[in-house]
Design a protein around this ligand. Sequence first.
Ligand code: NCD
Length: 306
Amino acid sequence: MRHLMNPLDFTVEELDSLFDLADDIEKHPDKYAHACEGKKLATCFYEPSTRTRLSFESAMLSLGGQVLGFSDAASSSASKGESVSDTIRVISCFADICAMRHPKEGAPMVAAGKSGIPVINAGDGGHQHPTQTLTDLLTIRALKGRLGNFTIGLCGDLKFGRTAHSLIEALARYSDIRFIFISPPELKVPDYITDMLHKKNIPYEEVIRLEECMPDLDLLYMTRVQRERFFNEEDYVRLKDFYILDTNKMSLAREDMLVLHPLPRVNEISVEVDDDPRAVYFKQVQYGVYVRMALILTLLGIKVAE
Ligand code: NCD
């Protein structure tokens, strides 16, 4: 039985097959409309989410399956003190596959160790968010036509942003990628990530000003400053509007640069940018459904005949 805890759990070749499947789902949705009939997906969300949970639910429903679950810890037995290991054993009797989000790093991994069904990490604290990364990679592949051979800027909260951590690790396996990390000094990317890049001889720069690097970028990955991960409100207030991508800054960028964002957006991208064809964050949400459909099929071992 296979789980997904980290994007690196899949080899680059396995990811290619997953993305090919997602492409086919996009082109021929009817072919997959009954693929998961009789199967159930449990969404166990101990931390708030709209798009990730609904994206999983939409994916399972589009495959003809059914969904059950809870959307915050208060409405689950965690509020009575139940451990994730016990919860997943119970859920294993109710569903065929589980997507779990948890504020504690590693909780979905602990659950997977006791689970009778495949577990998907839907975000664990400030650690990893593999299905967002699959979404990001599919979006880049579909809209840029390649994974590799580009300069990507990641901007915002690179310290706590799990989407950024997962994406950097995943992209580090492709060739000719140059990273530019754009953050205030307080929200720099963690050392374990820059150590990994050093070891692999992958070029990266750390800068504070977004304007400085705009003309160099093929891709710009904006992220939210995550209030819930700060220890004090003052630091959050000081840093929350550090970056605001607006049409002026966009005018410094290449014609074919793409702007991605895992969403939710707060102030870091001004709404006027939404009309720019280079802003693809809402398209990204749609790719997220296709890739989660492909992932559910893959982890359940379901093949759809031609
Ligand atoms: C992200 C997350 O939860 O880490 N959102 C998402 O899943 N699309 C990013 C965020 O919350 O800022």
